[in-house]
Design a protein around this ligand. Structure first.
Ligand code: ATP
Ligand code: MG
Length: 782
């Protein structure tokens, strides 16, 4: 046993071990990026499942006797533990299902689960490791009836919420120009983060006109959600907390069940999450939270750094562990991160060190424009891969999603395999949304928003007016819209012609609902659905030139359903699948196994690490964004984001700014980011794409205009692709043998002229067939 234990946890340093072996009572692990917080959390769980309190008992503490200690020591060495000690100290291992571990993204939860399973094997499966939202969804499926929901309630995503809010605004005659649906929704979301109900909101609004309007919208929005047996994302948390408060027996059930609770990234919890955790842990008081005040980056979503700052007061007797050794990055990267974050005033203050050595200097490159920036990145990646790195070693982390497009295009041209997290997600595509709406209505016919979406898609000649009438009748007679359209002929307000169309539609849906209730597998049901609705034909007729891609997406959904069924076996259900879909966040698209470079926002990269990180767009107005002009406290939040960004890198870090950049349709010339200036010069190697740009007269000219130092002179915004081998695009022919720096030798299969370039299809001997643009391909003819 002892040997096993040593092998188990010997990698941990002393402080980490202290946190791992301290099993009972509140624990706060407060430490900087890459210091092993998440690692400690995983090991702490492993210790609980394997040894319980045995190790802790070998440190003599008041409640342990010498005999207990001896007994535990022999237990750890592989001997037997005395019955008395076992009973007194509950030394025996904690059952895995009594442990809950919570993180923020599905990706992080998946990783946690994976690490637990690889450490613990089978029992790892039983640990409740998930996100806040999916834990809540699970609890509400079980007990939501007590709040008036069915166990099939629908989860609305952002787009559904928007539609519903627009409906509500139309009903209440709130003009989008006076108050946009977006600002109302974000106000409601903030209220929910703080657990403020519509009624409380109204009473707080007082005489403020704007707040009163929002209060009315909030009230109506919640009523409509309840009528549709639906919740939005924020409701999952709010309702779980309500459930706990309203039904003590439910709370007690979970309090008893979860003996140990752990929360990763605690600095990003909002008030509702804080309540949720506090209530659950109140009985056993075995709450371990880990976090880093310097990485709090979700203030805009109501996260409050106070939750971590006040932990010791909220949970008296908490053990506080501080970790300072970083195991992720080189000293140069850490020094840069430390220097930048030191400019923030609101922080507890800590400095990271590493035994890893200085490593390479950081690279700070000034590109001509955003295309040049993306091209530089592509070149660094291709060079690195040629020297033996994998594509998946590289991550491009940007401030705004809109920055990804340039990279996407440039990478496609130069053959860098990549995946984008965010942007137009698969589930945001129209055709995918339509199909999900159909499945949702089959699962829950009370879902009016989804029903409205599909009533006339594909076109069935059901007009908006008919739809509105049916909805109004429903509200008047207290029936769901689906019920109304199931017997429309009963209502004189609906014309005969419309009634026929509505009942045709509802009959078709009813058949599908019946099949689903009889237990037809979701994937079969889906095939049936496509057949019955003629949706594919509709796609072909609607926009023939886009049909092929859209049909592929519809079919991809079918693949997903089948995969879901394979993974879940007996337990697979339509509502289960829809739940997974609803909880799908951007980060889930990222598969670390596949060898491709990954692009994502800095926010989504929280908790992750990569050997090489690129940080494009380090310019004033981009990062930090313009919001800092209006609210100086935003600077600290943005700086924490810079700290998160820098500390994702293990070995190499590349930072870019551009002389000119096209953002939101117009070209701007931004000064280099203050965060780049905050990195000590000796850690950085600087370079720029256009050395000649800085003639003295242009500097004078630039400074005179803006008054700022280092303002880039007006650069021409046209981008000239780099010419590597001056073989003009047109000279490549089918059958030519070529050499590519990264992909090796290959044979040209096709050459299609396009604008000023040629699209080449090349069969590489080792790398397979790729499509590359000649001007970007860096080829040599053989
Ligand atoms: P973040 O703040 O970014 O979430 P973190 O504090 O959670 O970071 P981890 O992700 O747990 O840090 O660890 C960072 C890296 O250091 C990981 O690659 C992990 O495997 C490694 N690591 C952690 N502890 C040790 C250790 N004692 N010895 C060697 N490597 C370690
Ligand atoms: Mg972590």
């Amino acid at each position: 046993r002892r040997r096993v234990l040593k092998k188990d946890f010997s990698r941990m340093n002393d402080r980490q071990q202290q946190a791992v072996f301290h099993t009972d009572g509140p624990v706060l692990i407060l430490a900087g990026a890459g210091s092993g917080k998440t690692t400690v959390l995983v090991n702490r769980i492993a210790n609980l499942v394997r040894y319980g309190k045995a190790y802790e008992s070998t440190f003599i503490q008041p409640e342990f006797t010498e005999t207990d200690a001896d007994s535990c020591k022999s237990y750890l060495k592989g001997g037997e533990i005395s019955e008395v000690t076992r009973a007194r100290l509950s030394v025996s291992a904690c059952q895995p299902w009594r442990i809950m571990a919570i993180t923020f993204t599905n990706k992080a939860a998946g990783e946690l689960k994976e690490r637990l399973c690889s450490m613990l094997g089978e029992p790892g499966q039983d640990i409740w490791a998930s996100t806040f939202h999916s834990s809540c969804a699970r609890m509400l499926r079980r007990d939501g009836e007590r709040l008036g929901y069915s166990s099939h309630f629908t989860i609305y995503d952002t787009d559904d919420s928007r539609r519903l809010m627009k409906d509500v605004m139309r009903d209440l005659e709130i003009n989008e120009k006076t108050l946009s649906h977006k600002s109302i929704l974000s106000e409601i979301s903030r209220a929910k983060d703080s657990l403020i109900s519509p009624e409380e909101y109204e009473s707080q609004a007082g005489a403020d006109f704007r707040l009163k309007v929002i209060a009315r919208a909030y009230m109506a929005y919640q009523r409509r959600l309840a009528d549709s047996d639906a919740m939005d994302f924020d409701d999952l948390l709010v309702n779980t907390v309500r459930l706990f408060e309203k039904c003590p027996e439910v709370l007690e059930y979970y309090q008893d069940r979860f003996k140990y609770i752990m929360v990763d990234e605690y600095q990003d919890t909002n008030h509702a999450q804080y309540r949720f955790v506090g209530l659950l842990a109140a009985k056993h008081n075995n709450l371990c939270v880990v976090g880093d005040d310097d990485q709090s980056i979700y203030k805009f979503r109501g996260a409050t750094i106070e939750n971590i700052m006040n932990f010791e007061q909220d949970f008296p007797g908490a053990m506080v562990v501080r970790l300072e050794q970083n195991y992720r990055s080189t000293q140069n990267i850490l020094d840069a991160a430390n220097a930048v974050i030191a400019h923030n005033l609101e922080r507890k203050g800590k400095t990271l060190w590493t035994a890893a050595g200085a490593g390479e200097k950081l690279r700070l490159h000034t590109a001509e424009n955003e295309q040049d920036e993306a091209d530089r990145v592509a070149r660094v990646i291709l060079d690195g891969v040629a020297k033996g790195r994998r594509f998946s070693d590289y991550a491009i982390l940007y401030r705004m999603n809109s920055q990804s497009l340039t990279f996407e295009r440039m990478f496609a041209k130069s053959g860098v395999p990549h995946r984008i997290i965010g942007g137009t997600r698969f589930f945001d595509r129209k055709e995918v949304r339509d199909m999900i709406a159909y499945l949702s209505v089959i699962n829950n016919p009370g879902d009016e928003i989804r029903l409205r979406r599909i009533l006339n898609t594909p076109k069935r000649g059901i007009g908006d007016k008919t739809v509105d009438t049916a909805s109004q009748i429903g509200q008047q007679v207290g029936e769901s819209m689906f019920q109304v359209i199931s017997h429309p002929e009963e209502y004189p307000a609906i014309t005969k012609a419309a009634a026929k169309k509505l009942s045709d539609f509802s009959r078709m849906m009813r058949e599908l609902i019946d099949k689903s209730e009889e237990g037809m597998a979701p994937s079969e049901l889906y095939a049936e659905l496509l057949e019955q609705t003629g949706y594919l034909m509709f796609l072909r007729a609607e926009e023939p030139e886009k049909a092929e891609e859209r049909i592929e997406n519809v079919q991809e959904l079918s693949t997903m359903l089948q995969r879901y069924e394979q993974e879940n076996g007996e337990e697979a259900s339509l509502s289960g699948f829809l739940e997974e879909v609803a909880l799908f966040t951007d980060i889930d698209n990222y598969d670390a196994e596949a060898d491709s470079a990954v692009l994502m926002t800095i926010h989504s990269a929280k908790g992750l690490e990569f050997p090489v990180v690129f940080l494009p767009g380090w310019e004033e107005g981009v990062f930090p964004g313009n919001s800092v002009l209006y609210d100086p406290s935003e600077v600290e939040e943005e700086r924490r984001l810079a700290y998160v960004a820098i500390t994702r890198a293990r070995e190499e870090l590349y930072i870019y700014n551009a002389e000119s950049r096209m953002i939101f349709g117009s070209t701007s010339h931004n000064r280099i980011s203050r965060f780049a200036d905050e990195i000590p010069g000796e850690l950085v190697e600087r370079s720029r794409s256009r050395e000649y740009a800085y003639r003295p007269e242009s500097i004078t000219f630039g400074s005179a205009l803006s008054g700022g130092e280092g303002t880039a002179p007006k650069a021409k915004t046209t981008y000239r692709p780099p010419i590597h081998k001056p073989a003009p695009a047109g000279t490549y022919k089918v059958g030519d043998s070529v050499q590519h720096k990264t992909f090796g030798t290959g044979l040209i299969l096709s050459a299609t002229p396009m604008a000023n370039d040629t699209l080449l299809e090349i069969a590489f001997d080792k790398a397979g067939t790729k499509k590359l643009m000649a001007n970007f391909a860096r080829l040599t003819k053989l």
